[in-house]
Ligand binder design. Structure first.
Ligand code: TRP
Length: 332
């Protein structure tokens, strides 16, 4: 039986962090054995925010390096730059011909961007969902591992796929679904006491895979805590629960139990707990950081990986475009 096809993209807006690593990346690594996987770096989507040429390339390259360091395998999965797949753009054009202004204007992420940046409401932003649909449907992917914030984009992908199929009376495209491999993702909290680790909570609250030990120590020692429990065996306030959640990711069970017990007996000293957390975090992140440096220093090997990804991605994309052109009526 043919394997299900998985496709996911990431915008290269910065370094990957512990939340990415424990969530999406761990799942991607598991998926590459079960499915036919296409993981790409969305360096066309990047243009909506007008990066400089050097930033565009360096940011995309850095994400690729971090994917590889996290265990994605260019042999088992297809890992590529979106800009190496011009077929995507052709499909994007076809979808744009049948995407309505009204439905594009109603997309929440578009409305947010208009509000945040009223002077840069470009057509690329408006057609973000048709480009994303092209990314996914160019491989006829059925499973798309993305977070809740992408649900609406995925809904539009299904709309464009269905519309195309109806229009030409052909079952060209599947209707892809959001997908989480296995059970619930571990939620990695930010260091500022609220919210998830990630861009929105700021760099000081986020542990990046590229953070040096001294940076990790500094960030964790500054993490939000409080003056400590005053009654035995009480539930923990959010910022304290968050420290424990991070500890459960990087420390041994004995260590977590030790501090949990001190907490319940009102004898915890958060300075001590954070020191331990910082050391365990360093042990967790440092091998990844070293891998990133190592992979990043071998430009030739990286080139080969980029070429391999491009080659593999284009096989699937070319087949789809061939079929689509025929169905639309091109005979040249
Ligand atoms: N829109 C996604 C995000 O912001 C990135 C993305 C672009 C994507 N194309 C995709 C994700 C295709 C999954 C499939 O995170």
């Amino acid at each position: 039986m043919p394997k299900d096809i998985v496709c996911s993209g990431i915008r290269p807006t910065g370094n990957l962090h512990l939340g990415n690593y424990c969530g999406a990346l761990k799942n991607f690594v598991k998926m590459q054995d079960e499915y036919d996987c296409y993981f790409f770096i969305a360096d066309y989507h990047s243009l909506t925010t007008h990066p400089t040429p050097d930033n565009l390339y360096q940011n995309a390259r850095q994400i690729l390096i971090q994917y590889l360091a996290a265990g994605l395998d260019p042999e088992r999965a297809t890992i590529y730059f979106q800009s190496d797949l011009p077929e995507t753009i052709e499909l994007y054009l076809f979808f744009n011909m049948n995407a309505y202004l009204g439905e594009l204007e109603r997309v929440t992420s578009f409305k947010d961007k208009v509000r945040q940046n009223p002077n840069n409401v470009n057509a690329g932003l408006l057609t973000y969902p048709t480009l994303m649909a092209a990314d996914i449907l160019i491989h006829k992917a059925t499973k798309v591992p993305v977070g809740k914030d992408q649900e609406q984009h995925l809904e539009m992908t299904r709309t464009f796929a269905q519309r195309f199929n109806n229009m030409y009376g052909a079952e060209v495209f599947p209707l892809p679904q959001a997908f989480n491999f296995g059970t619930d993702l571990v939620k990695i909290p930010a260091l500022n006491g609220t919210g998830k680790m990630g861009k929105s909570e700021g760099e000081a609250s986020t542990i990046f895979l590229t953070d040096e030990p001294s940076v990790i120590r500094k960030k964790i020692m500054k993490a939000k805590s409080d003056s400590g429990p005053t009654m035995m065996n009480q539930p923990k306030p959010e910022e304290i629960e968050n420290l424990f959640a991070l500890m459960r990711v990087v420390s041994s069970k004995d260590t977590v139990d030790y501090f949990d017990d001190l907490y319940n007996r009102c004898q915890i000293r958060y300075g001590d707990m954070k020191k331990q957390l910082a050391e365990d975090m360093v042990v967790f992140i440092e091998p990844l950081r070293q891998r990133i440096l190592e992979i990043g220093s071998d430009d030739l090997a990286l080139r080969r990986i980029i070429d391999l990804g491009k080659e593999k991605a284009r096989v699937s994309a070319a087949a789809t475009i061939h079929e689509v052109r025929h169905v639309i009526g091109y005979r040249n």
